[in-house]
Design a protein around this ligand. Structure first.
Ligand code: SF4
Length: 419
């Protein structure tokens, strides 16, 4: 550990009301860090909203300030980023109001057990907004103020322990604060220190009164090494993207918008992506957009593909040039989008379902030739053959790189039977 002591605090005047207990915890934490040889640059202090969140200017360390109840989540991210850097420490502060709002984040920290310490300053109320009770206001305190006394508080210490925290402790007596904070800082993994903190402005005026209404001191340890979350470095979010260099010549020059409409499980989204990739292999720009209900295993599935030799700056498909409709779900979903100029390729079994006449209508028995999973692919292959937007060979090239290439290429071969 480092030999010379450096001041962890800036020396700025504490912003708290006279007699506020928060200052004791901050001073004790600074002493612990200095005793352990930490320099300000080794420490990241994370805070959020409330009186406990006024601490940023007090620390000479790195500081981050976030939304109410989110310091445990922010701290988790920082700790994950620092876990490969020995000698660094993430310390998050939160009040009991923030802990109520962000309880799930505390449990997540405990479950993940990354190397950080959360200091929870429990003054039993929301000090900044006028003294309202929090989810951590104790029963004894609520009996005094005669409010919600039959509703128990969250026991955050027990909850953190049960969620897997390496160390979780509640401290009522100021004499114990330094020792418990030190143990928490020295713990490798997630540690939580809940400290009963005096709020003379809205809560207890004197320390003995506070200690009488605070919940009992508790201390728990899990014999669990810290977990390491960041296991793999990636240079870019685009590492897994595929790039397509033109291998074929597109026939169409102008922007063409194609609507592919079918049902869940019919491969519509994949077919849309294949078509866009084939367009790019043919030297075109392409976009593909999918739409389907939240219940992905049932209902409609629609893909919109736009292909253009020029740059595509608007990806909306207001007036589709071509609509490929293979199921009734798809028909119901897109029929209002068909215009007089849209050329519609319709599965034969839907003939009786259309109660109006499309001006440009081609009806083919896609489902009669292949199963329901392959009808959309067969229909798109047929469209490419007839419309000559870009070579069918480009689509076959895309499919030949897929693990199901044999099934896909057999499907595309059946396009000849549609003549
Ligand atoms: S309102 Fe209470 S908790 Fe907030 S600074 Fe004042 S005494 Fe401290």
């Amino acid at each position: 550990m480092i030999e010379t002591k450096e001041k962890i605090l800036t020396g700025k005047k504490f912003p708290f009301c006279p007699g506020c207990g928060h200052g004791i915890s901050i001073n004790q934490l600074a002493k612990v860090l200095e005793d352990l040889g930490y320099k300000p640059e080794d420490i990241v202090i994370v805070s959020d909203i409330g009186c406990s969140g006024l601490i940023d200017p007090l620390f000479a360390t790195h500081t981050i300030h976030g939304l109410h109840g989110r310091s445990p989540a922010l701290g988790l991210g920082v700790a994950m980023g620092l876990e490969q850097k020995p000698g660094k420490k993430t310390i998050a502060f939160i009040g009991d109001g923030g802990a109520t709002i962000g309880l799930q984040h505390i449990l997540e920290d405990a479950r993940r057990n990354v190397d950080m310490t959360l200091i929870l300053l429990n003054n039993l109320l929301y000090g900044m907004t006028g003294g309202q009770i929090s989810g951590l206001s104790t029963r004894k305190y609520k009996e005094i103020i005669d409010f919600e006394k039959d509703i128990p508080p969250f026991d955050v210490v027990k909850l953190a322990y049960a969620s897997g925290a390496r160390y979780a402790v509640r401290v009522n007596n100021p004499k114990n604060i330094k020792e418990k904070i030190r143990k928490a800082i020295e713990t490798e993994g997630f540690s939580l220190v809940e400290i009963a903190s005096l709020c003379p402005s809205y809560g207890m005026k004197k320390l003995p009164e506070l200690m009488a209404v605070a919940d009992d001191e508790e201390e728990f340890e899990n014999n669990r090494p810290p977990t390491h979350i960041v296991s793999k470095e990636r240079n870019s979010l685009f590492d897994r993207e595929r790039y397509f260099s033109p291998e074929f010549e597109a026939h169409a020059g102008k922007r063409t918008g194609i609507l592919i409409a079918g049902s869940a499980g019919g491969g519509v989204q994949s077919v849309g992506a294949f078509m866009a990739q084939a367009a790019m292999l043919s030297g075109m720009q392409a976009t593909m957009k999918g739409e389907y209900p939240i219940t992905v295993g049932t209902g409609f599935s629609v893909a919109e593909v736009i292909a253009d030799k020029n740059e595509i700056n608007y990806t909306g498909l207001d007036n589709p040039d071509i609509a490929v409709i293979v199921t009734e779900d798809g028909l119901e979903k897109v029929k209002h989008r068909i215009t007089a100029d849209t050329k519609v390729y319709l599965d034969e079994k839907l003939t009786g379902k259309i109660d109006f006449s499309y001006k440009k209508l081609i009806i083919k028995p896609f489902h009669a030739l292949v199963n329901r999973k392959s009808a959309a692919l067969l229909a798109v292959a047929y469209v490419l053959k007839k419309e000559q937007l870009f070579p069918l060979e480009a689509l076959k090239k895309v499919l030949s790189d897929h693990r199901l290439k044999d099934i896909f290429l057999d499907t595309v071969a059946r396009v000849e039977e549609l003549e």
